[in-house]
Structure formats: C-alpha cells, structure tokens
Design a protein around this ligand. Sequence first.
Ligand code: TRP
Length: 345
Amino acid sequence: MSSLRPGNPACYNPLTMSQPRKKIIFSAMQATGRLHLGNLEGALRNWVRLQDEYELYAGIVDLHSLTTTFDDTSEVLENVREAAIDYLAAGLDPDKTAIVIQSWVPAHAELHTLLSMITPVGWLERVPTYKEKREQLHIANPSYGLLGYPVLMAADILVYRADVVPVGRDQVPHLELTREIARRFNHLYGNILPEPQSLLTEFALLPGLDGRKMSKSYDNCIYLSDSPDDVRRKVPDMFTDPTKLRKNDPGHPDQCPVYAYHLAYSPDTAPEVKADCEAGKLGCVDHKRQLADILIEAMTSYWERRAAIAADPDRLDAVLQDGARRARDKTAETMDLVWKAMKLR
Ligand code: TRP
C-alpha cells in the first residue's frame, strides 16, 4: 500500500523528476449522505479508468457537506468513511490514487481563504446551484459558506494545480468559475495556478427510482450500501411509463426508468424486453421482478468487496492517512508558491 514504492510516478516531485510528469486530476464528491448507484456509474467508474493514466486525487469533501449540514454534523464523519469504502470497492487503487478527506488537508481551507479575497460576490450570486439549493432546501438565510461553495471548490482544484477535472454536466458552471478565479489570481500575483480543463462525464446518468435525477434529497436512490433486500423493496416502487396503466397496454421503454436500468445492467436482454413492453406482452410488475434480479446479480461482487473493506478498519485508516499525507505534500508545494507570489513569505 505504500505510495513510496519507486516506480510509482505519482510520488515523483515534478520539479526534480526527469520523465514527463503525469497530468494531475482532482475530483471529488460530497458525503452529505451515502453514495448511490448514480455516483458509481456517473463518476467512480470513470475515475477508476483514469487512475492509470493520471496522478489522481479523489476527494471526499466534508467541508462542502457543512454548507448544507451544519445543524447536525454527527453523521458527516461516518458518511465520509462509508464513501471511502465505496471508492475502494469501486476499484480505486490506493497505490495509485490518493483518497483525500478534504478537512484533513488544511491547504484546501487556506487557499479558499486567499481566493475568497479576490472573488467578487457578484460572481457567486450568479452561480445557478446557489439559487437551486436555496430553493430546493428552503434556505431563507443562506450562509456565507453556502455562497462561497464554489470558491472552496476552486481551492480544492487549484491547490493541486490540477490539469483536468472530471465532472458531470451540473458542475460545469463551477468549473468555469474556478477558471475565472485562477485567471484573476494569475493576473494579480503572477502565473501560478493553471486553468483546469473539465472532462465531461458523458454517461447517460441513471435516473432516480422516480425518473428524476438520482439524489439523496429526492429520496429516490439505490445506495451502494443497500442490501439485496433493500433492492427488492425499492424496485417494485419504481416509476414506469405513466401511460402504461394495464399490463397489456403498449409501453414506451424510452420513458421508463425500469427500462433505463435494464439497459444499463443487462444490455444483452434489453432488446427483447423493449419489444415485449412495446407490444403489450410484458407488464411492469414482471419487468420489475426481472430488474431486481439483474441489479442484485450486478451488484453482488461490489457488495462482497465492500464488506471485505469494511471488515478491516485498520487498513482503511492507513489508506486514508496515506492519502492525506500525499495530499499535504502536494498541496504544500502550491501553497509555498502562492504565499510567495502574494509576498506574504
Ligand atoms: N461540487 C461537487 C459536486 O457536488 C463536489 C466537489 C467539491 C468537487 N470540490 C470539487 C468536484 C472539486 C470536482 C472538483 O459534485
């Protein structure tokens, strides 16, 4: 597990190594709750594919969770640990990838403070997610931290001087703001912070069980920590094509979340199911029964890995300590440049 193995390019100092350095990726998820299938299919699997080619820092951004979960923080740490288990179960390899808990690496908060000085409030008030969150979560008196969410995110990325940030479409405005903040910093203090490129994750996101975006706040998720029984309980409640009222009505699979899951997890059997549904030969209840079996089969090896990782908390601790140490080393290089550029050192 040691990251100091010679031959692991992720540990070479870019200033001294002779071979061309690997490009750096920082990406992250909040741990406001448990991670769900959408997180796995939409993000984690993509990171796993990228970890060989890039020096990858996979963040769990617990400070960001506090922007909406400050009144009861008792579950944040547990959610963070569960997220780390999911990162490993999905296949992130701690020899290659640093799993980084944001609050364990103080440079995130330090750079955030400095960037907050140069970020106009008007830029932040225009960020679409700010308005969305206030409305969705009925926040009458938004905090300074909620408004500054994208500044903290910019700090997360820029403190690694990341080249690339894989994100979903909803995060593109945040990335654009990150680039603007970097440009402003560089204009004021000198060219220190490269503008990161976003790498759009084009995976057609799995819908939630009700057909909306899968999200904890809609309570429409299959969680990665769910059991087979949870899946059997949730799938029968899934929404289907609303025009298919009776078993023999012809359905429209393209508008049906059950079919979307079927296509994602059993593409070979999807065409037949599609034809039967459209012909009125397959009822929703039967289709859901099939889907529950398919999902459980698809998740079984994931669940087994998850259980094995959860059963070894000492190893998990070691992985998280090691990730934080590598992140502290990396971000210290940036902060040294930043403090000097700002003439504070
Ligand atoms: N805002 C991201 C989300 O909700 C989470 C995040 C925080 C992030 N910091 C980041 C993503 C840095 C990529 C890079 O999904």
